[in-house]
Ligand binder design. Sequence first.
Ligand SMILES: Nc1nc2c(ncn2[C@@H]2O[C@H](COP(=O)(O)OP(=O)(O)O)[C@@H](O)[C@H]2O)c(=O)[nH]1
Ligand SMILES: [Mg+2]
Length: 210
Amino acid sequence: MSLRRQDYDYLIKLLLIGDSGVGKSCLLLRFSEDSFTSSFITTIGIDFKIKKILIDNKWIKLQIWDTAGQERFRTITSAYYRGAMGILLVYDVTDESSFNNIRNWMRNIEQHASDNVNKVLVGNKCDMDESKRRVPYSQGQALADEFGIQFFETSAKSNIKVDEVFQSIAKDVMLRLRDSQTDSPSAGSGSGNVHLSSTTASAKQSKGCC
Ligand SMILES: Nc1nc2c(ncn2[C@@H]2O[C@H](COP(=O)(O)OP(=O)(O)O)[C@@H](O)[C@H]2O)c(=O)[nH]1
Ligand SMILES: [Mg+2]
């Protein structure tokens, strides 16, 4: 593993978790490339994208991992969680079962991810007509409150609150890392924490959404 001189202050690994079809890949595509596609392209092989953002004058390099369709069978392996520092738990506001399953995904995280991983709850597809909505905003908020995490309703399609979600979770992680490294002068510049998973996954460059 060769390390160039870093062009970032923090390297943060994030994961997207949630039922198949809720819009995880579209959210990632919207955030990383600011585009959206309505076609459903099955993701094969674990995929990640990189995006650099600026928070509080610090450059954060986000490495964001997308499930590879394994979520369809709830067979997310512990390898996927390895090294994760922040997790986006995503459901679809028009699909009640995807919301009910958030508790199962939470359990999965408790089993496989590290204890101090930051989390955010995301109700996607808020652009859909109100007549299609099955999960009220207040219900999402109540669940997030129960877990003690932040909550956002997003639309990958209409680009609503997508940046905010990623900014929020990245900032939570950054603050946690900063607080845990206060006695080190090079706080936060450590990249050693994070590259763990790249070797376990056959990362591919995916162009498409989903
Ligand atoms: N209306 C609407 N449709 C969306 C949104 N995000 C994703 N979709 C659609 O939902 C389907 C599943 O999206 P995908 O990103 O593949 O879900 P994944 O299985 O969780 O990765 C696709 O047909 C997308 O076009 C959104 O914000 N609004
Ligand atoms: Mg997908």
